[in-house]
Design a binder for this molecule. Structure first.
Ligand code: UT7
Length: 313
């Protein structure tokens, strides 16, 4: 089976930036605690913005940057846990707002923070049988609407935002893996119609932390083994930005390669499905991504799920 490559990325963030100092005025925490325990300095929070609105903005920018003919987009996939509607999907709203053709497939997926990479795996298969050339893969999250701002163990962690990528089939090296260990206990949020009248994130932070460290290690090792490569062959590792200390744990294992781990959690917090495409877009903007580079990505989160992917730029 052919792989995929990414031809353009973009991101969209709410206008409102919330610093640690501001948060510490309403909940019992401090800038110092948040920075040392998570690496986060600020995050963005939606006011008027929405999951669909940010997805649309990021998608429009990605299409513009790519210079492609938008009638060649055959799939719109939005990875999100925070859509405005149970239906229609956020992806349908993106299709309409961008004026995309109607003979295409548009749908949302929920694989929590692994959603964007699950999405790349899904569109890789779908593009093989598509009459059109491109897929729009978007991660968009309005997490602040499901945050309990009285729970200092979770409210400091998350941020809102969106990242979009345009993918096409490619003969360039591409590997993809997925993983699921059904777990509802340590990280969950009730859904529509739930009898429990509580729609906030519930998280046992240290249990999730333990899973996250092993998920990155398994994701990295699994994909390297499948590709027959070593860390020497990798130009960048882009992990889901959940907590700087999670990535640092793994960096210690690969101590000779710590420079390849890209991190931007300081500026955005944990934006779940949006975090990896936001990283890719920022890296592109900084001129870090050059043709032929091998990027290893790992996303992980509620479920428990993880997904890893080796993509050639
Ligand atoms: O996106 C994927 C899903 N999520 C994750 O990957 C999150 C993974 N987990 C984490 O990032 C971390 O577990 C947290 C940042 C959520 C929490 O950090 P921690 O170092 O695991 O803290 P903890 O929950 O073990 O709590 C340690 C102490 C506790 O105080 P005591 O009981 O030792 O007195 C907490 O009450 O830190 C306290 N604490 C805080 N103190 C100040 C917890 N949150 C805060 C806070 N400010 N915001």
């Amino acid at each position: 089976m052919q792989g995929i490559e990414i031809v353009a990325t973009a991101r969209a963030l709410p206008g409102r930036c919330v610093t640690n100092v501001e948060l510490s005025q309403t909940v019992d925490t401090s800038d110092q605690w948040i920075r040392t325990r998570t690496g986060i300095g600020q995050r963005y929070r939606c006011e008027e913005e929405t999951t669909a609105g940010m997805a649309i903005e990021a998608a429009k920018k990605a299409v513009e940057k790519s210079g492609i003919d938008k009638s060649e987009i055959g799939i719109v996939l939005v990875a999100t846990t925070t859509p405005e509607y149970a239906f229609p999907s956020t992806a349908c709203l993106v299709q309409q707002a961008l004026g995309l053709e109607e003979d295409i497939m548009s749908f949302d997926i929920n694989a929590a923070c692994a959603g964007f990479l699950y999405g790349l795996g899904i569109v890789r298969s779908m593009l093989q049988n598509s009459r059109k050339t491109y897929a729009l893969v978007i991660g968009s999250e309005h997490l602040s609407k499901i945050i309990n701002y009285e729970d200092r163990g979770s409210c400091i962690l998350f941020g809102d935002g969106a990242g979009a990528a345009i993918a096409k089939s490619s003969t360039k090296t591409f590997y993809h893996k997925g993983f699921t260990r059904g777990n509802k206990e340590f990280l969950y949020c009730n859904g529509l119609g739930s009898k429990e009248n509580d729609f906030y994130i519930h998280m046992e932070g240290n249990q999730v932390f333990r899973f996250a460290v092993s998920a990155i290690e398994d994701g990295v090792e699994g994909i390297l083994a499948e590709a027959g490569l070593t860390m020497n062959d990798i130009d960048y590792v882009v992990c889901h930005q959940a907590n700087d200390r999670i990535i640092s744990h793994v960096e210690k294992k690969y101590k000779d390669y710590s420079a390849v781990f890209y991190k931007n959690i300081e500026f955005y917090g944990n934006t779940s499905a949006a975090s990896i495409p936001i990283c890719l877009d920022e890296m592109g903007e900084k001129g870090l991504l050059k043709e032929g580079m091998r990027i290893l990505m790992v996303g992980f989160g509620a479920g428990f799920t993880w997904s890893s992917c080796l993509l050639t730029w």
